[in-house]
Design a protein around this ligand. Structure first.
Ligand SMILES: [Zn+2]
Length: 162
């Protein structure tokens, strides 16, 4: 038993290590969006899902992440979802707690133009410039559904001109 115990601890530590705690950093300019397959390039819009089995999916936009959950993973399989705070590029925050702004004048990688914020004040600052619609996490599936953004017509939504 004296010998088995440290081994058991080691195995437990390894097992715990399989599931990432908190978001895994997105490698901008390298990682590929799991939904639209474009390179994740704009650090204001990256998003990420960690599933209950510990798989990490990275996305170039909020809309790609929500569509991937809706049409592929299923909300029940999501352990954690993260979006980038638009006011702090590269910083991932819990998706459920974020405030969202949808504006056609936002140059997001996909033409749905959704930005996320950790602070409502930051959202309001941008809203004063670009106008748009304020949303919460629970509103997003409906917005995605109504826009017709789904796996069959992803191409149509990729923003070609910067
Ligand atoms: Zn994408």
């Amino acid at each position: 038993m004296r010998r088995v115990f440290p081994l058991l601890l080691l195995l437990l530590a390894l097992f715990a290590g399989c599931r990432p705690k908190g978001p895994v950093a997105i490698e901008y300019g390298q990682d590929i969006c799991a939904f639209c397959k474009m390179i994740i390039a704009d650090p204001r819009f990256g998003a990420e899902v960690i599933t209950k089995t510990g798989k990490v999916y990275k996305f170039d936009s909020v809309e790609c992440m929500v569509a991937h959950i809706m049409y592929d993973l299923g909300f029940d399989n999501v352990e954690a979802a993260y979006v980038t705070d638009f006011a702090n590029p590269g910083k991932l925050i819990p998706a459920e707690e974020a405030y969202y702004l949808q504006s056609t004048r936002l140059r997001s990688p996909m033409s749905l133009g959704i930005a996320a914020f950790s602070s409502k004040k930051d959202l309001e600052k941008l809203k004063a410039e670009v106008d748009g619609l304020e949303l919460l996490w629970k509103d997003l599936p409906n917005v995605i559904r109504e826009s017709g953004f789904n796996p069959e017509n992803v191409e149509k939504f990729i923003r070609r001109v910067p």
